[in-house]
Unconditional design. Sequence first.
Length: 241
Amino acid sequence: MASPPPDSPGGPRRQPAASRRAASAGIRNAPAGRAVDSKAGQAALKVASTAAQQVRIIGGQWRRTPLPVPVSAGLRPTPSRVRETLFNWLGQDLQGWRVLDAFAGTGALGWEAASRGAEEVAMLEREPALVRSLQGVQNRLNAGQVRVLQADALSWMAQPAQAGRFDLVFLDPPFDDADFDRTLEVARGCVPDGGWVYLEAPQPFASRPGLKLHRHGQAGAVHFHLFMRVDAAQVAPPTEA
């Protein structure tokens, strides 16, 4: 089993085992071809249209590289302050890690992992416009270690072929219709014992069978969590950031 992530970049490193959206934006992405007619959806589109149109990778070989933020209802990337905290928890060098960005959006988290040396980064996104944006960044960076897939994240993660394949899974599902318990359950299956699952959600989540909460933080209305996969019988009280 891997050791817990360091509290600082200089801490001990875990050896490998084998984006972002905020709640205040309301509704994430309207399905292609469908009008957004709810008040929450219209508000989300208004927020998206006035949000920053790019963010920057903050660490690794592609530090300061801009990433486009397409106008899409409820889409906002994980803030740089949260990304900085997360990678202080994980460590700055992800050489050899296999990473899944399950609800990629802008891919901000996945690009940070690739920039820090991850061996493989799979990005899942169901919205065609966002998939095209991710592919554009992939081509611009010549990022051969990154795979961009148009897929439903829950269905994809639940495939037997994905069991234990990744060292780290990023989860930032659309808050308006997410089944967070189910999302954590299928993500847990994608990592081996000692692997990591990161979750953003509009409310805090505690440890659960098979996932021990290692760190928790909050930025505005968004709670962010880092879980370690453990034996299903192990449940520990949460550790605050």
